[in-house]
Design a protein around this ligand. Structure first.
Ligand code: RBF
Length: 158
């Protein structure tokens, strides 16, 4: 259940710093692309809404969520990149692939953020069903792409 502490959709934009000069990387998994496109659009629109310039948002696709880590590193290594947002959808299957992918991405992007000392945001939707993923891509649980962008902006103001 979403509460004020668990859902970044209810944020206070008055606390945001000026991001008009900030550069953002979006790394988007093509696996479950019909959903990740919506997450990506949510993140992009949120950055623009709060002052980012479209030409300062660099969107790159990776084949699947497992590749988000390296995609994030490719972008984060550039000094001029201020924050990187990773977006993907991992659905539980009959095997434990989802566990392996999710753990690898969580650990991997944590390392990238620490290595380059900049926000690398975990926007991985991990659900039991496709329907639950849709619920988090503009459905009843909001859009996790929007929330990932908010997290990036908030961390830039830290
Ligand atoms: N990538 C995703 O982003 N979401 C998934 O739900 C997903 N399921 C996968 C299931 C299996 C069995 C395999 C082998 C890969 C899956 N991938 C998924 C792709 C994975 O993230 C990665 O792109 C590939 O394993 C190539 O490294």
């Amino acid at each position: 259940m979403a509460t004020s502490l668990q859902n970044l959709s209810d944020y206070d934009a008055a606390t945001f710093i000026d991001i008009s000069g900030k550069r953002f990387g979006l790394v988007v998994s093509e696996w479950n692309r019909e959903i990740t496109d919506i997450l990506s659009a949510g993140a992009f629109d949120t950055l623009i809404k709060h002052g980012a310039k479209a030409e300062n948002i660099y969107r790159n696709s990776v084949p699947g969520s497992f590749e988000l880590t390296l995609g994030a590193q490719f972008l984060a290594q550039h000094d001029e990149m201020d924050a990187v947002i990773c977006l993907g959808v991992v659905i539980q299957g009959e095997t434990k692939h989802d566990d392996y992918i999710c753990h690898a991405v969580a650990q991997g992007i944590t390392q990238v953020g620490l290595k380059f000392n900049k926000p690398v945001i975990f926007g991985l939707v991990t659900t039991n069903t496709l329907e639950q993923a849709w619920d988090r891509a503009g459905g009843k649980h909001g859009n996790k792409g929007v929330e990932a962008a908010v997290a990036a902006i908030q961390m830039l103001g830290f």
